[in-house]
Design a protein around this ligand. Structure first.
Ligand code: GRF
Length: 213
């Protein structure tokens, strides 16, 4: 399955996807990596790996809508079957959603519907959650509101700050995101407003859990 990956930051999820592809755990091919910033560390990694890269910066457009309208054809030019938001810190708009309906997945560092938006790990700590984790979901017009495809849980320890919790969550993200992309590639998850889950699909929930410290 041909995918385009959208990134803004460090790119640890992009690396995890590449590792899973290399190891035969994720039946995807990355057609391009696209960012909203030239300086994203994820882009340097993509370049090193010889992947096609593009940058579409919001500041080059009049407003968010114009930026989104410009982004959609850039992504579409690579003809992806799935668009993966892997640490993409922007909200995609109506042009992207219309071009790729239920064909955009996002990884979020909290157990949605709890703690959407920015700073999922900080929110979990502030609210005193004892369990948090990550969610892979389809993107719709809301903020982290689209249909949930898979989740992985981790404990929140009394000693945690946002950074240590986020690091623990990312260990799970790095397995869950490639797992879901692979499941979609194999038709075991069929994206849609009510996604369907194939019989052959066993979410190995425990294996995603980090051991209690
Ligand atoms: C991840 O924790 C993801 O859940 C969130 O942004 C972070 C990106 O990390 N949406 P990285 O750039 O993949 O390392």
């Amino acid at each position: 399955m041909k995918i385009v990956v959208l990134v803004s930051g460090r790119g640890s999820n992009l690396r995890a996807l590449c590792r899973a592809i290399d190891e035969g755990r994720c039946a995807a091919r990355i057609a391009a990596v696209i960012s909203d910033r030239h300086s994203a560390e994820a882009l340097s990694f993509a370049k090193e790996r010889g992947l096609a890269i593009e940058v579409v910066r919001p500041k080059d457009y009049a407003d968010r809508e114009a930026w989104d309208a410009a982004l959609a054809p850039v992504v579409a030019a690579h003809a992806p079957e799935l668009v993966v938001l892997a640490g993409f810190m922007r909200i995609v708009g109506s042009a992207m959603l219309a071009r790729f309906p239920y064909r955009i997945v996002n990884v979020h560092p909290a157990l949605l519907p709890s703690f959407p938006g920015t700073d999922g790990p900080s929110q979990a700590i502030e609210k005193g959650a004892r369990i948090s984790g990550c969610t892979v979901h389809l993107v719709d017009a809301g903020i982290d509101t689209g249909p949930i495809l898979a989740q992985g849980a981790v404990p929140v320890l009394p000693t945690d700050d946002a950074a240590s919790l986020h690091a623990r969550i990312q260990v799970v993200e790095h397995r869950l995101l490639p797992f879901v992309v692979d499941a979609i590639a194999k038709g075991l998850i069929v994206p849609g407003s009510k996604p369907s889950f194939g019989e052959g699909l066993a979410f190995p929930a425990q294996s995603f859990d980090s051991p209690m410290a």
